[in-house]
Ligand binder design. Structure first.
Ligand code: SF4
Length: 474
């Protein structure tokens, strides 16, 4: 994943862009970049590894040396960016969020006719932002180039460009899986993945780009270069999990959606007769918490934080590459409030259950702390398909998914013919899936939010939502 932010202004805006990019730090952990333009200094750029230190500490020293009346920056889980490109379209800086899944085919195709080359290579992997710019540069202007790139790319690419005239070019991915928001204040305009980033800096909402829409922005206004397409498939997980609670996409605030989602889950449990004696409802911190608040408010059972993340010294600055050590860190961060756990019946809501490894540790530690029973709820349906549209790092392949692994265990690959039944807790297969996960993880009960429930909680036209990772529908 990743996110970008930019401003074009009549005054120096580097400090604002520094904060705006920092507000996208929850979207990536690997690498970040900052680039600026002003009439005297031209284009400048810096990229730093942020895998062991947050964006702010890696970039704050630049505030003394860099300046610009236009600037962009990004947080990325993939390639170093923004990249500086010299082409027939001038000198420009470019960054993207998303992933190009047919990169190899596009690279072969490009090399076969162009006689060109790629310079930004990490191991044997070509920087996807460089590939994107190679596609854009095949046409005579940005509008045609971006249109061509979007048509060629499988996957998702939202794009932010800083030109050598100081304008910004913002392009939302072809099917609008990720948001691109535009804000305005007296001295200019801002572009962001997360709208709260520019609200905090005094910008007001102007619009959200439509799918595939491209605009060029100067401090004086916006010019549409490519109109929006009709088909939209915005990622539902933005609301369920990785969008920041203070953000609003398609007019729907993330935190409010999570409260509604929890309330619908409580209704579902009541209607299905899944009423168990409970002392407290809690969220698996942090992203399960708002769903749990919604569940508790609707059910009338008190919300309590029976375990709390110890965050002061555990920023993401220590993030080992192997899963075992990451799980260990997740465990070390969780501190029990024993008084709220001992002899209590607890229900926890997690944002989703992907591999389940961390949940297993969590439940063990709740029992070690004296819990009488631990019931688990997932705020979304069982994840059956790894995301193929974004670089969504929570699952790399279908077989990493706990739901898939259990199906394989229960009836082999034949079981994959019955994914819909396994997703549905009212069917025999659905019940078996839930029972098996309960046994493995020692939950006293387990249920998932239904697909209808999560779609209702988001509340926009279901045709505009991507729900592929739950139902496999493109
Ligand atoms: S597959 Fe899932 S994570 Fe990927 S874009 Fe669709 S809803 Fe989002």
């Amino acid at each position: 994943m990743g996110g970008f932010f930019g401003i074009t202004s009549r005054q120096d805006c580097l400090l604002d862009v520094f904060f705006g990019v920092d507000y996208h730090s929850h979207l990536g952990t690997r690498v970040a970049g900052l680039a600026s333009w002003d009439p005297e200094a031209g284009l400048q750029r810096k990229i730093h590894d942020i895998s062991n230190a947050p964006f702010r500490t890696k970039f704050e020293h630049l505030l003394d040396t860099m300046r610009g009346t236009s600037a962009i920056g990004c947080i990325s889980d993939q390639d170093p960016q923004p990249l500086q490109i010299r082409s027939n379209q001038g000198n420009y800086l470019i960054c993207m969020t998303g992933v190009i899944t047919n990169a190899e085919a596009l690279i072969d195709q490009y090399l076969s006719f162009s006689g060109g080359h790629f310079a930004s290579i990490n191991g044997d992997r070509i920087n996807q932002t460089e590939l994107l710019s190679a596609l854009i540069n095949q046409k005579s202007d940005f509008a045609e180039g971006i249109r061509f790139a979007q048509k060629s790319i499988e996957g998702t690419a939202s794009i932010l460009i800083l030109t050598d005239r100081g304008t910004l070019i913002a392009a939302r991915d072809r099917l609008g899986r990720l948001p691109v928001e535009i804000g305005k204040r007296e001295d200019g305009y801002a572009v962001a993945f997360e709208s709260f980033a520019f609200h905090k800096l005094g910008f007001e909402d102007v619009c959200e780009l439509g799918p595939g829409e491209v605009v060029e922005i100067s401090p004086d206004g916006l010019t549409q270069l490519v109109p929006p397409g009709k088909k939209k498939k915005i990622c539902s997980f933005l609301w369920s999990y990785y969008g920041y609670p203070t953000s609003t996409y398609e007019g729907v605030n993330v935190e409010e959606m999570r409260y509604r989602n929890g309330a619908i889950m409580a209704d579902n449990d009541r209607e299905a007769g899944r009423i168990v004696p409970l002392d407290y409802i809690g969220g698996v911190p942090d992203s399960g918490t708002p769903h749990a608040i919604g569940y508790a408010n609707r059910s009338g059972v008190p919300f309590a934080r029976a375990f709390i993340k110890y965050t002061p010294t555990w920023s993401r600055s220590f993030m080992p590459s192997n899963q075992k050590d990451r799980d260990k860190i997740a465990k070390m961060k969780q501190i029990a409030v024993k008084e709220l756990i001992k002899d209590k019946n607890l229900l926890f809501v997690d944002d989703s259950i992907v591999r389940g490894t961390q949940l297993k540790e969590t439940v063990e530690f709740l029992y070690e702390s004296g819990a009488k029973s631990v019931h688990m709820r997932s705020a979304c349906p069982p994840i059956m398909y790894a995301c193929k549209y974004l670089n969504f790092s929570r699952s790399n392949s279908d077989l990493e998914l706990i739901a898939r692994r259990v199906i394989l265990e229960l009836e082999g690959e034949e079981g994959f013919q019955h994914i819909d039944e396994y997703s549905d807790g009212t069917t025999e297969r659905g019940r078996k899936l839930r029972e098996t996960i309960c046994e493995k993880f020692h939950f006293d009960s387990l249920e998932f939010q239904s697909l209808e429930g999560v779609v209702k909680a988001i509340g926009i036209n279901p045709c505009d939502l991507c729900t592929y990772c739950w139902n496999g529908k493109e």
